[in-house]
Design a protein around this ligand. Structure first.
Ligand SMILES: [Fe+2]
Ligand SMILES: [Fe+2]
Length: 171
């Protein structure tokens, strides 16, 4: 039941972010391996939710999902030298946050979670539970994508998200 509610929440927030924004562009940008930024962010949102449930943490799940979906909203192909800023690993959280704030309203926790998701590479740790969940889920998803294995207990193919299943099938 919880799982279905989480899937519905994720679908709803994805659809809302895609409306009249640059968000769909993330589907055309590669993050790791053959995984797009769109798939990566959906994966991080899903794993963050699962992790929160497993740990029994009471968090604002909508804020968690929105911050996870926007944590890599930097909107360039970081594999292309001409597009990638010199210190992409360090600078992209701020770029993602600035892009997100141009189009969406975000609370303090969501903003902090986006800004600090690269901890410990960037030195300041997340200040909230949602920040920690995203930080951990991001590492896990990045590792699985680089190794080209599913996100273990929560393969993204299992849920119907606009663009996502189609893209997965075309891999
Ligand atoms: Fe990132
Ligand atoms: Fe990420």
């Amino acid at each position: 039941m919880e799982r279905q509610e989480d899937q519905a929440l994720l679908r709803r927030e994805l659809a809302s972010l895609c409306e009249g924004s640059r968000y769909p562009r993330c589907a055309g940008l590669i993050q790791h391996g053959t995984t797009s930024v769109y798939q990566h962010c959906a994966g991080v949102a899903w794993i963050s939710l699962r992790l929160a449930r497993r740990l029994g943490w009471k968090v604002n799940t909508r804020a968690l999902v929105r911050a996870a979906l926007l944590h890599d909203y930097f909107l360039y192909d970081w594999h292309l030298r001409g597009q990638r800023p010199r210190w992409h690993g360090f600078t992209h959280p701020r770029r993602a946050l600035c892009n997100a704030l141009e189009e969406f309203d975000l609370g303090a926790q969501e903003q902090d979670a986006i800004l600090r998701h690269m901890f410990p590479l960037t030195l300041l740790p997340p200040r909230s539970r949602i920040g920690w969940l995203i930080c951990l889920a991001d590492k896990w998803c990045g590792l699985c994508e680089t190794l080209r294995v599913p996100y273990s207990w929560a393969p993204v193919e299992k849920f119907d998200i606009p663009f996502l299943t189609k893209l997965q099938k075309s891999r």
